[in-house]
Design a protein around this ligand. Structure first.
Ligand code: ADA
Length: 556
């Protein structure tokens, strides 16, 4: 594998149509970092349009090359030595293009990127979303030289804990229709399976069930990881795995038989200086901030998380609700075949990239979309069934904002409720009553399912203090946060926990309808501001998260 991250030649082309562009006329007059968001750099801040990235590399091993892009926002078209090798729409997921290269020598990779809003070209990105949608090669690029028989990916599932048993699915491809190959599987460098196979398809799945007595389990408290290596013919693939089982029953979410009390936050993978290409150190800092808060859970709002971030969650024992891109999609979007097939492809990419992360304990789709319409039953059901068919081991959900009108909750395993008592409706004093009413409504829709408050919060401008304690002050936000958590932690409140909205302030869309209610152009509901400076609400949440859920005998 050759990593192509680093400095790329760059040209911002602006209002240019990719179809009428002559590649040889592009003047590369600048440079850009990959991974990176070009529009988070000062020269291109706020710009939307077509741009071109170029990198020349010496390929010592030619043959079947695979260009892998870990995230390209929002639309991309890739060329190898001037040859078109593929197009892709939708950010936040990994995809690839294959190309044959016969001779060793210099290869020129050229990638066009478009961050304009165009629902025909990029059906998954809409301008009105409440977050800033940056452009660029946001999550890195690599190139692989693949042998004739190669492993496409591994999918692992813990089937049992006693003894720990891992089901391994090895998806392969071969340029011969019939060949024999040796399969070897190693766990932490020790051979655990070996057999000679006759492969008579050009692609297929090899399934192995490994019983591994004595292997340590993964849990939020003790996140033990193991290294799984699969060798097939001349190819090998190494993947970290954790042994753990997620279940939903009796209104709880269980990990290895222990009910999880969710103390979580929503997090946008964003920073004003880096856009959606948050550096590793900042990712670690964000998880430290979650841990210091007393948190154990993170909702990756509102798009799939990258491998690096999920690796950190695996290591730190932070459980993740990983969701497909989406924000308040209306019925007309959900009933549009182009949108639906783009969602399916995107969900497939999310699953392929993140299947083996033990930290991912819930798959979610389509934040706050039209789940209050019976007419949307078919698309919702298709997407959720699609996930369940590929991965029956994890619960599925969607975050609902339809307080008294949701009608598709029979399709999910976990009920996720976004609600803002004391902010968009009601007052601080009403919070307990409002929450009880909302929970009772959702409970009636899904009698024995676990119920998570997946968003709740209030806005505060960092540094805004006032004795009046009105909306937008740190005092109001802190008080609301305290009242919400205190009520949700009561032993008689029927929920599995809360994901506060949100860990940090985040830049919002430039569209007038969105930005007008958002001072500074930011969603200011962070416990921290966008530079991670704490507001009073962070400490209010910390006090209660560290204390945890009240037992029926507690006195306070
Ligand atoms: C919604 C949405 C969030 C954010 C929030 C808010 O619930 O899911 O992305 O926009 O509202 O701040 O209003």
């Amino acid at each position: 594998m050759d990593c192509l991250n680093g400095i790329w030649d760059f040209a911002f082309l602006g209002e240019v149509d990719a179809d009428s562009l002559c590649l040889s006329s592009i003047v590369f007059d600048d440079i850009m970092a990959v991974p990176g968001c070009f529009d988070a750099t000062p020269r291109y801040a706020g710009k939307r349009g077509l741009c071109a990235y170029r990198k020349r590399v010496r390929m010592v091993r030619p043959g079947h090359l695979r260009l892998e892009l870990d995230g390209a926002h929002h639309w991309s078209r890739a060329y190898c030595d001037g040859r078109l090798i593929g197009e892709h729409a939708g950010g936040f997921t990994r995809f690839y293009h294959d190309v044959c290269c016969d001779e060793a020598g210099e290869v020129t990779w050229l990638i066009l990127i478009d961050n304009r809003f165009d629902s025909a070209q990029s059906p998954l990105h809409r301008e009105y979303f409440d977050w800033y949608q940056y452009g660029g090669l946001t999550r890195g690029v690599s190139v692989h030289t693949l042998p004739g028989l190669f492993i496409e990916r591994l999918e692992t599932t813990t089937e049992s804990l006693a003894p720990p048993t891992l089901a391994v699915r090895c998806l392969y491809r071969s340029d011969f229709s019939r060949r024999s190959a040796l399969l070897r599987i190693l766990l932490d460098d020790e051979e655990v399976a070996k057999r000679e196979l006759l492969l008579d398809e050009s692609s297929g799945i090899i399934e192995e069930r490994l019983e591994l007595p004595g292997v340590s389990l993964w849990s939020p408290e003790a996140p033990q990881l193991h290294l799984l290596t699969v060798q097939l013919g001349d190819d090998d693939f190494t993947q970290r795995v954790g042994f753990r089982i997620v279940e939903t029953r009796e209104r709880q979410l269980w990990i290895n038989g222990a009910a999880l009390e969710i103390r979580g936050v929503n997090r946008h993978d964003a920073h004003p200086q880096f856009g959606n290409s948050v550096p590793l150190q900042q990712k670690i800092s964000d998880l430290q901030l979650l841990k210091m808060l007393g948190g154990n859970f993170l909702r990756g709002s509102h798009y799939p998380q990258d491998d690096e971030f999920l690796d950190l969650c695996d290591e730190l024992g932070v459980c993740v609700y990983d969701e497909s891109i989406g924000w308040q999609h209306k019925q007309e979007h959900l009933l549009d075949e182009v949108f639906l097939s783009a969602q399916k492809r995107h969900i497939d990419e999310m699953l392929s990239a993140s299947f083996n992360h033990p930290s991912v304990v819930i798959w979610g789709i389509l934040n706050e979309s039209a789940s209050n319409s019976e007419d949307c039953r078919v698309p919702y059901s298709e997407l959720l069934t699609h996930i369940k068919t590929r991965d029956p081991s994890r619960p599925v959900t969607y975050a609902s904002c339809h307080r008294f009108s949701d009608c598709l909750l029979d399709l999910v395993d976990v009920i996720s409720v976004n609600c803002y008592p004391g902010w968009y409706f009601g007052s601080l004093d009403d919070i307990p009553e409002q929450l009880d009413e909302i929970i009772a409504y959702y409970r009636a829709q899904g009698v024995d399912k676990p119920l998570l408050i997946s968003e709740i919060g209030a806005s505060a401008i960092y540094g805004c203090h006032d004795y009046n304690r009105q909306r937008w002050t740190e005092e109001y936000q802190a008080e609301l946060t305290e009242r919400v958590i205190a009520h949700l932690q009561r032993p008689d409140t029927d929920c599995i926990g809360v994901c506060l909205w949100q860990l940090t302030d985040t830049r919002t869309s430039e569209q007038t309808s969105t930005i007008l209610g958002k001072p500074r152009g930011f969603n200011n509901k962070g416990l921290l501001d966008e530079y991670r400076r704490p507001k009073s609400s962070y400490f209010a949440a910390q006090r209660l998260f560290r204390r945890g859920r009240r037992s029926p005998s507690s006195t306070d």
